[in-house]
Design a protein around this ligand. Structure first.
Ligand SMILES: NC(=O)c1ccc[n+]([C@@H]2O[C@H](COP(=O)([O-])OP(=O)(O)OC[C@H]3O[C@@H](n4cnc5c(N)ncnc54)[C@H](OP(=O)(O)O)[C@@H]3O)[C@@H](O)[C@H]2O)c1
Length: 328
């Protein structure tokens, strides 16, 4: 087998494509022949030693992937060789083969392409957990999605539309706004053309007839958080999803008081571990929504697995729309 090996977590440049011994699965594991692996933001952080999870060295990055089971380890009863699965295990995906924990493998129904499957779990699980569980989004409410053309952002647009909400998609370019409109967003804001404390708030007001959004989905953080929170509706829910722009914002606590509003944390990874049954039920709902065509990952482009470094460069330059997927 071959894989991208991280021996020294000092960044993407230090990753090396290496031949490694093909491993045999241990108890509770399966060996997968990887068909596709997608890039998630934590993949970029983990190879720089900036992610909360620090795997022992050396490790193969690649949090999320899909493939065919080649061998099953002791005690694995619900999966068999030849079956296709998707898996989000945190590491191991950027290679030709990996050992995956059987408990984390999601069997794929007929007709679920590997490219979609490899780009599915993280973005839809996060956005469904955020909008439907944490924010209790209702049909007819308005959701403002920041970073709306990114991985979790595009999923948030689709999940909110499937729930009957009105979606305002906010991104940093007209091109990204156009893409969000194609995905179903009812209105868009190019926030790079607005001053956060100035016309951005006016634009949000204009698009919500003065009321403000009921739910804000924020995977970006930084300078927008406070002005956007100031624009939220009475009883609004502000979903803290991530800090892709870098800085972690701080909010004066009088703001939630004045709006009767909530700051709601979202941590899908821990939700899936602490509430596995609720998570499994949610994954079934998402698979059914995919089968009905209500949600489908926006895969802007696929690249050969050998081009991981180019893929990271695109992601780091803020140029990705939807998801980037590497294929073998
Ligand atoms: N809480 C959870 O459970 C959970 C789960 C999954 C992911 N996350 C977090 O959610 C965030 C987004 O993840 P993702 O996979 O959607 O990433 P992504 O596809 O790269 O999208 C991130 C978006 O953030 C915006 N952005 C603003 N400043 C940026 C910068 N300096 N560099 C890169 N992007 C910037 C970009 O949109 P514009 O150009 O339009 O601004 C970009 O499309 C990450 O922080 C990730 O860790 C959280």
């Amino acid at each position: 087998m071959h894989a991208w090996l991280c021996e020294n977590p000092v960044g993407v440049d230090a990753l090396q494509w290496k031949e490694l011994p093909t491993p045999e699965p241990g108890a509770g594991q399966v060996r997968l022949r990887i068909e596709a692996a997608s890039l998630n933001f934590p993949d970029l952080l983990i190879v720089q030693n900036k992610y909360q999870m620090k795997p022992p060295l050396p490790f193969v990055p690649g949090s999320e992937y899909a493939g065919v089971i080649e061998a099953v380890g002791e005690g694995v009863k619900h999966l068999k060789a030849g079956q296709r699965v998707a898996c989000l295990s945190g590491t191991g995906g950027f290679g030709t083969h990996t050992l995956a924990p059987a408990a984390l493998c999601m069997p794929l129904p007929e007709g679920f392409p590997a490219v979609d499957a490899a780009a599915f779990i993280m973005i839809y699980a996060t956005s469904h957990h955020a909008l439907i569980d944490r924010a209790q989004l209702k049909a007819g409410e308005t959701v403002l999605v920041l970073g709306a053309a990114g991985g979790v952002g595009t999923a948030a647009i689709q999940i909110a539309k499937a729930a009957g909400a009105r979606v305002i998609a906010a991104t940093s370019s007209d091109e990204k706004c156009a893409l969000c409109a194609q995905l179903g967003a009812d209105a868009t804001i190019n926030y790079s053309t607005h001053a956060p404390q100035g016309s951005l708030r006016d634009e949000i007001k204009r698009l919500t007839e003065g009321k403000g959004p009921d739910v804000v989905y924020d995977p970006v953080g930084g300078d927008f958080a406070e002005p956007v929170f100031r624009s939220i509706a009475w009883r609004g829910r502000y979903l803290v999803v991530g800090f892709a722009s870098g800085p972690i914002p701080a909010l004066p606590l009088n703001l939630p008081l004045l709006k009767g509003a909530s700051i709601v944390g979202v941590f899908w990874g821990d939700f899936s571990k602490r509430e596995p049954q609720a998570n499994a039920a949610m994954m079934q709902t998402l698979a059914a929504q995919y089968a009905k065509g209500l949600i489908k990952p926006l895969v802007e482009r696929t690249l050969p697995m050998s081009e991981l470094k180019q893929a990271f460069a695109v992601m780091g330059s803020r140029a990705v729309k939807g998801k980037l997927v590497l294929v073998n």
